[in-house]
Design a protein. Structure first.
Length: 349
């Protein structure tokens, strides 16, 4: 493993995107999402994804220069049409729109439609919290989870995120998919030739498996059984049904149909605490609340109680100082994509 500075990783991603026709401002937005995920210690959604995104631009599945349009009927609500662009760009533009509207109106909802894979909720929540806002976010995904009692995949592993600023410390930051684990982690296990614990997925015949490739060909299992299934549906209601975006069978698989836009939908619900108890008061209350939770005696004295977001913030500080960890092959791929000597890759589904 080697360490690569965040600035270098960011610059290489920007260069790779711009070389494929992505405008500089959009390339910077997309690169920032990758780098934030790497800094947080979420490599499955970091610069490792660059090759996949570039591959889909090269085969026509992602529009490098989308005509992004915003439609609004009332000031706190907007629908952003992504025109098949990079999901990280479409979502970043949606977040910017939501932040502006929430600060003006106290609350805002922005739905983003006709988009592609948007990365991780954590990155958007982090940015919203830095603006002093509470953020709820989520996205649709290719159906990979069977409904409760069903035998075929019909529900996406739709991720949801929650973020809130906290005085004198890192923001509260929760980012979870509805399955027991993410498909990105299964793909990584497949790449490394590792097995997975039982209970993460089923093979195509609906039988438990420890083979990540078999689980990727079969079904993901929702966390908490019917509870995870229900939350996945709720995320799709907020992201797609409310915005007019694609849902369920209208969504295309980014790796099985890489030459077509995935037709994903995302949402951001942003609340300005200044409209309730005041920002300073809210952040102080968050600090008191987190401190009260952390004061719980730990079951293992060597592992103190933490609240969501502390691990990501600690990783961010450490990796920002030491550099992002990646193996030499990943670094070489990153440089090759930036230089244009390598083409993007479309992994197996």
């Amino acid at each position: 493993m080697i360490r690569v500075s965040a600035d270098e990783a960011r610059a290489l991603c920007v260069e790779a995107f711009m070389r494929r026709g992505v405008p500089a401002a959009d390339a910077a937005l997309a690169a920032e999402q990758f780098v934030l995920c790497d800094l947080f210690g979420i490599p499955t959604h970091g610069t490792r994804r660059l090759s996949n995104y570039i591959g889909r631009i090269e085969c026509g599945g992602i529009n490098p220069k989308p005509d992004i349009r915003v439609v609004s009927r009332v000031p706190p609500v907007a629908i952003l049409h992504g025109d098949g662009g990079l999901g990280t760009v479409v979502a970043s533009r949606g977040l910017e729109e939501g932040i502006r509207r929430a600060k003006a109106n106290g609350i805002a909802y922005v739905g983003c439609i006709d988009s592609n894979h948007f990365g991780a909720n954590a990155a958007y929540g982090w940015l919203a919290a830095r603006e002093g806002l509470v953020c709820l976010s989520g996205s649709t995904a290719t159906p990979t989870i069977p409904p409760a009692g069903g035998r075929t995949a019909a529900v996406g592993n739709n991720p949801v995120g929650y973020a809130a600023p906290c005085a004198g410390g890192p923001p509260f930051l929760l980012d979870i998919a509805m399955s027991v684990t993410s498909r990105g982690k299964l793909r990584r296990a497949r790449e490394l030739g590792e097995t997975i614990p039982e209970g993460l997925g089923l093979d195509r015949d609906g039988l438990p498996t420890t083979d990540p490739a078999a689980a990727l060909e079969g079904f993901m299992l929702p966390m908490g059984g019917h509870k995870g299934y229900g939350l996945a549906l709720a995320a799709e209601v907020l992201a797609a049904l409310l915005s007019g975006g694609g849902f369920g069978p209208e969504i295309r698989h980014q790796f099985k149909e890489p030459e077509r836009s995935s037709n994903l939908a995302h949402y951001f619900l942003l609340i300005d605490p200044e409209a309730t108890v005041g920002r300073a008061a809210f952040e102080a209350r968050m600090r008191a609340y987190c401190d009260a939770i952390k004061a719980t005696p730990p079951a293992d004295p060597s592992r103190p109680v933490r609240v969501p977001g502390e691990g990501a913030a600690a990783n961010h500080a450490r990796n920002a100082a030491a550099g992002i960890a990646m193996d030499e092959a990943e670094y070489a791929r990153l440089k090759g994509l930036a230089a244009g000597t390598l083409r993007g890759e479309i992994p197996e589904a």
